[in-house]
Design a protein around this ligand. Structure first.
Ligand code: NAG
Ligand code: NAG
Ligand code: NAG
Length: 548
């Protein structure tokens, strides 16, 4: 364990950071003085100071904490952590204030029947691994909710040749056909196996979001025609078929599902599909203003049909399919807006729990987005919001930094403050991701420079014909960037091995390091070629390179 140095000025280095740190200390002293030390000023005399006092008097106070379940989503369809990491992870989640985990195994589950054997990834967890996860969860007082997709996002199943006949659209392996005669038996076999390995779970989540193709195939069209079913009714029929079967075997199991597919349904349709069926919707929205985007009519409608509703926020993987650093401000704001929405509707709707999603890919085929250890600060800060801490913009990272063993708490909210240097397992991965972001930004700045645009275009490169002074000056930082990038590659690889298997390590490097490295190398080569020239031909430049 590294020692904590809350204001380790000697390691900050650059004058700008020194200045920022200094300004920050001054601000904190200033606020502390006016909040706690100075005798209360009379409002008539010093109104300005009084305003500051008002603004910060709720600092770190606990107010209207959310009382329901606080469930963290573990999306294993990408970057599944090594089993050894769960010990660290679950202990942290528990300290952050989570009450459970929603585990989306996707192809990481050890399906074991002859029919489903090929559905598991080659590096899927073993039966013993799942037992160990359950045991750790129990020890950390985290309830486990397994999630299994049952309609859309079945890419991991439908991509396989042997299950391709179940696709709704033959070319697209996303959505299962609800009317194919084998569909229900395959899904129920999957559900049975997952539930069998989670004997203590009281809740199952059946997914069912983003069903992009409904009623497309001939089978569905015929059935819709024969029974006069709308697409909405077809959707509800399929969900009903699954939930009825689950409830028959497990009458006490609660069933959750994503709500997006029925947001536009009528109250009548919703009542016919869900009333008294014991299904609880999970209303998901990951933006900064959930109230604005979902609108009031949705809550009117749900309050008529569902006695209990869940909501889902996000702490990572929701601001871009190829983000590798989390926008903490975005996610904290997402939770603030959910909290205020819940307080507005709490007299009419029971909010049973919140699922704090952490997407690892946008779908089975997409690249990895933010790795779990990179986003633990975002998760910790989001959970503080949900637990009712009215953190001032200055105080939350201190609490979170203590939990994560970070040397520079303020760096957790932005790169201006340097790097956080955290000692939790995976803290070095956060460090590496931030370093990569900084190098990419430096490189982007060079590309945006007028000297690159005007003197290092493809034309300049192809003809090796450019102004050497401009080329030399604008590319001056390139060698350092290249060196730091190669060093980072080594450090990141080592850091990732602590948490991930080598498949994830190589996938991440191939996605985020290698293409950047190739780009920087190509730029260095182009510069060297241009600068190798000392004499230049008379115009026009028709000879060499014209065909390149
Ligand atoms: C699983 O995959 C293997 C190899 O591709 C194949 O031979 C086998 O038939 C598949 N199993 C099933 C149940 O389809
Ligand atoms: C089919 O359903 C629609 C809407 O549910 C209804 O208006 C219509 O009368 C039905 N048609 C038949 C032939 O049952
Ligand atoms: C990954 O690790 C396993 C076991 O440690 C090894 O057998 C395999 O060759 C490695 N694969 C790669 C791509 O390095």
């Amino acid at each position: 364990m590294k020692k904590l140095h809350w204001f380790n000025v000697s390691s900050i280095g650059k004058p700008l950071k020194l200045f920022v740190t200094f300004a920050l200390i001054l601000t904190v002293l200033f606020i502390t003085y006016f909040t706690y030390l100075k005798p209360k000023p009379s409002p008539t005399k010093v109104p300005f100071q009084h305003r500051i006092f008002d603004e910060y008097k709720h600092m770190s106070h606990q107010e209207t904490p959310f009382k329901g379940a606080k469930i963290v989503h573990l999306d294993l369809k990408g970057a599944p952590p090594k089993i050894s990491y769960y010990k660290t992870l679950f202990s942290l989640l528990s300290k952050f204030g989570a009450t459970g985990v929603l585990i989306e195994y996707e192809d990481m589950f050890p399906y074991n029947s002859p029919l489903l054997k090929n559905v598991s990834a080659l590096n899927a967890y073993t039966v013993e691994d799942i037992h160990y996860i359950n045991k750790l969860a129990l020890e950390n007082k985290l309830e486990v909710i397994p999630l299994l997709q049952t309609f859309g996002h079945l890419e991991f199943l439908l991509k396989l040749e042997e299950f391709s006949e179940l696709r709704e659209v033959p070319e697209y392996p996303q959505v299962i056909c609800p009317t194919h005669e084998k569909t229900l038996s395959v899904l129920m076999e999957m559900i049975d196996q997952v539930l069998q390995m989670h004997p203590h779970s009281k809740i199952i989540h059946i997914g069912a979001d983003e069903v992009y193709y409904l009623g497309f195939c001939d089978r569905c069209a015929n059935i819709m025609n024969k029974f006069n079913l709308s697409k909405n009714m077809l959707f509800l029929e399929h969900i009903n078929a699954i939930t009825t079967r689950i409830r028959k075997k497990h009458p006490h199991l609660r069933i959750l599902m994503w709500d997006d597919e029925f947001r536009s349904f009528s109250v009548k349709e919703l009542k016919s599909g869900f009333l008294d069926k014991g299904v609880q919707p999970v209303v998901w929205k990951y933006s900064k203003d959930v109230y604005e985007e979902l609108g009031p009519s949705l809550w009117e409608m749900y309050s008529e049909v569902f006695p209990k509703v869940w909501i889902a926020s996000a702490f990572k993987g929701a601001t871009g399919s190829n983000q590798y650093v989390s926008d903490v401000t975005h996610y904290v704001q997402n939770h603030r807006s959910w909290l205020s929405l819940m307080s507005e509707y709490s007299h009419r709707i029971t909010f049973e729990g919140i699922i704090i999603t952490g997407w690892q890919r946008y779908d089975h085929f997409a690249v990895l987005c933010e790795l779990l250890p990179v986003s633990l600060p975002s998760l910790a800060m989001s959970l503080r919001v949900i637990r009712g801490y009215q953190d001032s913009p200055l105080s939350p990272p201190t609490e979170v930094a203590k939990l994560l063993g970070c040397e520079q708490p303020y760096a957790l909210i932005g790169p201006v403050f340097g790097s956080p240097k955290c000692s939790y397992t995976g803290g070095d991965i956060l460090e590496g991701a931030l370093k990569l972001q900084q190098l990419k930004q430096e490189y982007e700045t060079i590309l945006e420079d007028s000297r690159v645009k005007g003197w290092m275009s493809d034309y300049n490169k192809n003809h090796q014909f450019s102004n050497p002074q401009h080329v030399q000056s604008v590319t001056a930082p390139l060698n350092r960037i290249k060196g730091e990038l190669m060093q980072l590659d080594g450090e990141m690889t080592a850091a990732m091995y602590e948490v991930y298997d080598n498949y994830t390590v190589s996938e991440w490097r191939e996605t985020y390091i290698k293409p950047f490295e190739r780009e920087v190398r190509a730029m260095v080569d182009a510069r060297d070629k241009i600068l190798a020239k000392n004499y230049w031909p008379r115009r026009p430049l028709l000879q060499d390179g014209d065909e390149l």
